[in-house]
Design a protein around this ligand. Structure first.
Ligand code: NAP
Ligand code: MG
Length: 403
């Protein structure tokens, strides 16, 4: 075999929990270290170590990502009361992903991994559709009131040093419910910039959809911010790639998405993105075949699998039983990180390795060798169901043929 592939800048490596932590180590041992002279700055985000550092390690990892520009992350436990007991935690830490997202002011892009034999439920889809969800405000930070009986509901804004603005929402003559929500220009702008830069890096069109015909101030404002940032900052670069930005109403968008071939980025407001991401993940075939990329407005990238730590499989593994956990999204996170690191540092060999790693993984599945979750849904006829480690070894065989 030729010399190992050289790197110049480290990738920020965030280790994680449970079954995905087992997978992490094996993926490195079998698919990365034999081929790449890996430079990484390692952060252990496993729950015990987060607890030992009072969660400082999570913040440090996020800051390192902003510094170096590329990170790869393993799935991590978000603590709840059961985990407090299981890990004897000092306190209930926030979700690491939420902490990292807020430090990076980032937007999450989710994209399916396509392989022949793992068919989308929608026949027309030939290419991945990447979904971007705005992660601030709207109903997730709303204020709600239950009106127990008749009364007047008003929306009031008191500007600092200015005159108050007051709108009647409704005159209740019977019980009802009320909600007020908000968003911030700065957050919408960051979201728009992340979406445009990500679509640009994929050389794909960007779609954005809201309901400005009904929400003439709120959704209209989202639309205007997207329009302005596109015109002022991205239009030329998009046109140079032969791509466009396309706004349409959310109900028109869902109809078009279903009829489309895929191959674009779809930006959605917080609630729409919440709902649509689960639908799209399922419609493309499997949650285990989704990647998730967090992008900061200035273009720092963190790659990970969209699924969690696969706790149920981990407990089987601890009992010594054989597992068949799908490592594809984790492998793709590494592949994405190598491609991005290689692009940023002009290291063609590293980009090439990232591409081969992904291709070898897909070839393995398309040759009929896959884990149980895919074996259960594939349309291929001759299928060999492999264990967690068996699948990683099969990918290694394919990769060696390509390198
Ligand atoms: P999960 O880990 O995504 O797993 C849910 C179920 O989906 C699994 O039990 C399994 O189904 C199937 N599945 C998911 N990934 C799979 C894979 N790679 N291969 C095969 N099957 C897979 O979600 P969870 O069990 O709700 O959460 C477990 C932990 O993960 C929680 O502590 C949660 O906080 C954390 N989490 C972390 C992240 C993240 O770090 N990004 C995201 C979500 C959840 P079967 O059991 O039917 O085989
Ligand atoms: Mg959801």
């Amino acid at each position: 075999m030729a010399d190992k592939i050289r790197m110049t800048t480290p990738i920020v490596e965030m280790d994680g929990d449970e079954m995905t932590r087992i997978i992490w180590e094996k993926v490195k041992e079998e698919l990365i270290l034999p081929f790449v002279d890996l430079k990484s700055e390692y952060y252990d985000l496993g729950l015990s170590h987060r607890d030992e550092t009072d969660d400082q390690v999570t913040a440090d990892a996020a800051h390192a990502t902003l510094k170096y520009g590329v990170a790869v992350k393993c799935a991590t436990i978000t603590p709840n009361t059961a985990r407090m007991e299981e890990y004897h935690l000092h306190r209930m830490y926030k979700s690491p992903n939420a902490t990292i997202r807020s430090i990076m002011d980032g937007t999450v892009f989710r994209a399916p991994i396509l392989a022949k034999g793992i068919d989308p439920y929608v026949r027309s889809w030939k290419k991945p559709i990447t979904l971007a969800r705005h992660a601030y405000g709207d109903i997730y930070k709303s204020v709600e009131i239950r009106a127990e009986g008749p009364g007047k509901a008003e929306l009031v804004f008191t500007p600092e040093g200015g005159e108050e603005i007051r709108e009647t929402v409704v005159e209740f003559n019977a019980p009802g419910i009320l909600m007020a929500m908000h968003n911030k220009d700065a957050s919408i702008e960051s979201f728009a910039r992340s979406c445009f830069s990500y679509a640009l890096s994929l050389k794909q069109d960007l779609w954005f959809s809201a309901k400005d015909t009904i929400s003439k101030t709120y959704d209209e404002h989202f639309k205007q911010i997207f329009d302005r940032i596109y015109r002022e900052e991205f239009k030329e670069a998009f046109e140079a790639n032969g791509n466009t930005y396309f706004y349409t109403l959310i109900d028109d968008a869902v109809a078009r998405v279903i009829r489309s071939e895929g191959g674009f980025v779809w930006a959605l407001k917080n609630y729409d993105g919440d709902v649509m991401s689960d639908m799209m993940a399922t419609a493309f075939g499997s949650l285990a075949m989704m990647t998730s990329t967090l992008v900061s407005p200035a273009g720092a990238y963190e790659f990970e699998a969209a699924h969690g730590t696969v706790q149920r499989h981990y407990y089987k593994h601890l009992k010594g039983e054989e597992t068949s956990t799908n490592s594809i999204a984790t492998i793709f996170a590494w592949s994405g990180a190598f491609k991005k690191r290689g692009e940023m540092d002009s290291l063609d060999d590293l980009v090439d390795f990232g591409e081969k790693l992904a291709a070898a993984t897909i070839r393995t599945v398309e040759s009929g060798r896959m884990t149980g979750d895919l074996a259960a849904i594939t349309s291929l006829e001759h299928v060999e169901k492999l264990s967690t480690l068996g699948f990683i070894s099969a990918v290694r065989e394919e990769l060696e043929k390509m390198i």
